[in-house]
Write a protein of this length. Structure first.
Length: 367
């Protein structure tokens, strides 16, 4: 099998309402979808959707520029030789793992179709037919965040992520207290700062909420900031935005800075890199999520397939953007949340057949 063409599509993703975090508010995003075309008639799909230009250094124009540099050098390769394909991408361009991730995901989709297996089967096998998810509650008034938390518990979610930061720390503390009081036992809480808290405010929040069982997810901007305050915190710390590759994951474990991770598939380089991180976390007994920044059915399916292979005792769930997006790429098979669970797609590869009429014409074609 040889790669004969790579098509790149821009996909408009309006956000239902406004998604507010500590550093930004999102109302509309563009997702970049990659289609790998082979000489045997099989095609594979990948996707990357940076969460705007502020959330992290990754951005849409950067993804397309990196693909422009990489894609021509991949024509003629066998895309189902995924390790060699990734080495060819690294030889073509340093960094830009998030852009390479879209191609890596498409290659796993192709491999599954070639061998008639689901991606989760190629990754070692699913632990079940569904995976747990969790709900992220955007920054809002403490009363509103508590109201949404109760609503989501009734809908079957067993874990919620509360966005904190970007306001007076007393409001964050009040929100967490209201939420804890409103929820029935059994709901797990993550307070996610998205790098928006100072070390001082992180200490205040943790010490003032020491009686609330929760985890702190990426409260500060850098590893050094977290290292400075880790010993003064009363809660476990999960790293998220700073974990941009496998090396940083290894370093943060060695330096005892991570009690777990909120992992993003495209940020670290795709399914291949996420598989490595999954195995490292299992070796070190560290819990983690399998998520992405945003995106449609292709990214959602990639997260669900990898998540399905994580040891259940370590799995914190797969977050997908489906509740915040109006349309599916694949109306029949697009991942959906029911009672806090997502069904693992059953078709070969990712199990997603996107409706290309939704995407319009490719913005670039290589090969």
């Amino acid at each position: 099998m040889k790669l004969t063409a790579i098509n790149v599509y821009d996909v408009d993703l309006p956000v239902v309402g406004t998604y507010r975090m500590s550093m930004t508010a999102i109302t509309r995003l563009t997702s970049v979808v990659v289609e790998l075309v082979t000489d045997q008639g099989l095609v594979g799909y990948g996707e990357v959707c940076p969460l705007g230009p502020i959330y992290q250094p990754q951005h849409v124009l950067g993804a397309k520029a990196a693909i422009e540099e990489i894609a021509p050098k991949l024509i003629g390769l066998d895309p189902t030789n995924i390790l060699q394909l990734n080495r060819a991408m690294d030889a073509a361009m340093n960094g830009s793992r998030y852009a390479k991730a879209a191609i890596d995901i498409a290659a796993w989709d192709l491999a599954g179709k070639r061998y008639g297996r689901r991606v989760c089967d190629l990754l070692g096998g699913a632990t079940g037919e569904t995976v747990p998810t969790y709900y992220a509650i955007a920054v809002a008034s403490p009363e509103e965040q508590a109201r949404v938390a109760v609503e989501k518990q009734r809908e079957g979610y067993r874990r919620i992520q509360i966005k904190v930061g970007g306001r007076d720390i007393e409001e964050d503390i009040e929100a967490l207290r209201r939420i804890r009081e409103a929820l029935a036992p059994g709901m797990r809480i993550a307070a996610d700062g998205n790098r928006g808290l100072t070390g001082r405010d992180t200490i205040f929040l943790s010490q003032r909420c020491r009686d609330i069982p929760l985890i702190l997810e990426q409260p500060c901007s850098t590893l050094d900031e977290i290292a400075n305050i880790k010993g003064q915190l009363c809660h476990p710390v999960y790293l998220d935005e700073v974990t941009e590759d496998v090396n940083i994951v290894v370093r943060s474990i060695a330096d005892r800075l991570a009690d777990g991770f909120g992992m993003k598939v495209t940020r670290v380089g795709g399914i291949s890199a996420m598989r490595t991180i999954r195995d490292i976390c299992e070796a070190r007994n560290l819990p983690h999520t399998v998520d992405d920044n945003w995106g449609g059915d292709i990214i959602a399916a990639a997260c669900v397939h990898v998540g399905a292979t994580v040891a259940p005792r370590l799995f914190e769930g797969s977050w997908i953007a489906s509740p915040y997006i109006e349309h599916h790429y694949d109306r029949e098979n697009g991942p959906r949340i029911e009672n806090g669970q997502i069904k693992v797609p059953t078709g070969p590869g990712l199990g997603i057949t996107p409706d290309l009429s939704r995407f319009g014409a490719p913005v670039r074609t290589y090969g």
